[in-house]
Design a protein around this ligand. Structure first.
Ligand SMILES: [Zn+2]
Length: 399
């Protein structure tokens, strides 16, 4: 292009971009910030992350045997916030504590309910119009995973969080959940296990970077956890048009990922002895994934905060402890957990973290893995963490 033409084009571009009449507010259906712009913003300065622990303070969310999703999500959020805050490239807002909304959000809900309602109506109408015009395609029920619907006031607060994020220079929204499944009883666990990362439908403007962020987090979670076994969640990253937290009806202009870390009936959540270890690890793996996305990866020897670990005793069969969690994680890292010989592996023809999870529970999966480790190292195959096995493990993954 000749210089004069270029100058003219530049002037025109400048003119167009500064004429207010032509500057339309984004609607949530045009592409917003790109992955490279977001990565550049990290390199140049700070990224404002809003962490939303799933559900309301005091109510809602999955419950099983006295374990509450809404409490676990706060524990994971707090650890994630702590990890992020050590890095000057992040500014973190956590949406709530165990018993109250963040004061900024609380004030926002109190003062803006009417405008939040209006905002949601406008977006719904806009989407209807775009669907009618054929610009946007509505996903059928059969194309998406079913979700529990939020009551009206809860839904409005979720939309309110989106609107607040749009207006408060938030760069990324992470919503943290533990999954519920319709198939579990009061004391019978769900048949499903594993994590899934929900991202906006590709027709929403925030979809591109959201997917890229999820695709960075998934491998870090996969290093120690199974991808969900629920049909529709098997890819790890799941597109969704209806989840409010990731911007249904184009209500969120900011990239967003909703993480379902696992199913509430999984032993890793119900064993209270390992609760903190499990929560900290989910936060850590999420943090590592974010660093990968922002091209500032953290080099680590282990995919878990539970290693290295110095083993001292012989855990009893049926007991549950952080030591057993470290043992399983360690044997997994060394390639012995789950063992190919475990009954679950034989049944499914593949050793699977979904059936033999890193749970902290000294069970058959753990015994089989110890035996496999002992066999490989010409030790007596007792399946127990005796002195010789312990010494060898400590030399490999001890402190
Ligand atoms: Zn939830």
């Amino acid at each position: 292009m000749k210089r004069s033409v270029l100058t003219l084009a530049l002037l025109l571009a400048l003119f167009v971009s500064t004429v207010p009449v032509l500057a339309k507010a984004p609607t949530g259906f045009e592409s917003g910030v790109s992955t490279s712009e977001l990565q550049q913003a990290y390199a140049d300065g700070t990224i404002h992350i809003l962490i939303v622990p799933g559900h309301e303070p005091m109510y809602g969310g999955a419950v099983y045997q006295g374990v509450y999703e809404r409490e676990l999500t706060v524990e994971i959020s707090n650890k994630l916030s702590q990890l992020l805050e050590q890095n000057p490239h992040y500014e973190v807002t956590v949406a709530r504590t165990g018993d109250a909304w963040n004061p900024s959000l609380n004030n926002y809900f109190d003062r803006n309910m009417k405008s939040i309602k209006k905002f949601v109506d406008t977006q719904k109408k806009l989407m209807k119009k775009l669907v009618r015009k054929g610009t946007v395609e509505e996903r059928g029920e059969e194309e998406q995973v079913d979700h529990a619907t939020a009551p009206d006031d809860v839904a409005l607060r979720l939309y309110g969080i989106n609107k607040w994020a749009n207006e408060n220079d938030v760069d990324l929204v992470l919503s943290l959940h533990i999954n519920d499944a319709p198939d579990h009883g009061e004391d019978t666990p769900s048949a499903y296990a594993g994590f899934a990362a929900y991202v906006p439908d590709p027709q929403y403007g925030n979809a591109g970077p959201s997917r890229d962020i999820a695709e960075a987090i998934v491998p870090r979670l996969s290093a120690l956890n199974a991808v969900s076994t629920l049909p529709g969640e098997g890819d790890g990253v799941v597109e969704d048009q209806e989840l409010i937290a990731i911007g249904s009806y184009g209500t969120l202009l900011v990239p967003s990922v909703l993480l379902e870390y696992g199913y509430i009936t999984e032993p890793k959540f119900t064993n209270t002895e390992v609760r903190k270890t499990v929560a900290d690890d989910y936060a850590y793996q999420t943090y590592l994934g974010l660093q990968d996305f922002f091209k500032a990866p953290i080099s680590t020897k282990y995919p878990t905060l539970a290693l290295p670990y110095q083993f001292a005793g012989t855990p009893a069969v049926g007991s549950s402890s952080p030591a057993v969690y470290s043992l399983q994680a360690g044997l997994h890292t060394l390639g012995f957990y789950p063992a190919a010989t475990s009954s679950s592996a034989i049944a499914t023809h593949t050793p699977s973290l979904a059936l033999c999870s890193v749970s902290g529970l000294m069970n058959g999966c753990t015994i089989d893995a110890i035996k496999a480790f002992q066999k490989k190292n010409s030790l007596e195959q007792t399946g127990a963490l005796g002195p010789k096995t312990r010494t060898l493990l400590n030399s490999l993954i001890g402190i």
